[in-house]
Design a protein around this ligand. Structure first.
Ligand code: URA
Length: 170
């Protein structure tokens, strides 16, 4: 079934993933499968409770076999994402993985270079602040907690959101 997103409408933080996987497809909820549960766990650890942010995806329907969404699928779903951003007016958009990061930042640069900072961009006729993070499915394959490794870097990225959750803009 289509997955539109969930979370408090007044949250200042919007997470945007790639698209629903098998469990999201069955439940109609974003980020509830294995990688979603791992992301929720990391968010909790970083002091960004999942319930405090709105979570959605670039595409509404599950790409078969969990492949990346095709450009035509992204284009077909774009109006939903644009409208969501219009309604929520998020202060920060966290793009989870390459697909949403490249889409919002209009770049071919990869997530390893994009993560670690706030980017300003124009999307859906709005000025947005975007914080790209590694996709949790990548982190599930790279679980070392050593400093400087993807998991520890992602916790740093998530912790950087806390000023927005506390209600202020740093
Ligand atoms: N679940 C989602 O809803 N989106 C992703 O990108 C991955 C898992």
């Amino acid at each position: 079934m289509p997955v539109f997103g969930e979370g408090p409408r007044d949250s200042s933080v919007l997470f945007v993933g790639e698209g629903p996987g098998a469990e999201e497809d069955l439940s109609g909820r974003p980020f509830v499968g294995r990688s979603g549960r791992f992301l929720s766990q990391l968010m909790e650890e970083a002091g960004v409770p999942r319930e405090s942010v709105f979570i959605s995806n670039v595409v509404r329907c599950r790409p078969p076999g969990n492949r990346d969404p095709k450009p035509a699928e992204v284009a077909a779903c774009l109006p939903w994402l644009e409208r969501l951003i219009d309604l929520l007016k998020p202060e920060v958009v966290v793009t989870v993985g390459n697909v949403p990061s490249r889409l919002l930042l209009d770049t071919k640069v990869g997530i390893t270079s994009l993560r670690g900072e706030f980017h300003r961009c124009r999307f859906a006729e709005r000025e947005l602040t975007v914080r790209p993070i590694f996709h949790p499915s990548y982190l599930l394959r790279n679980r070392s907690r050593e400093r400087g490794k993807p998991l520890s870097l992602t916790l740093d990225d998530l912790r950087a959101l806390s000023p927005w959750l506390a209600g202020g803009i740093p």
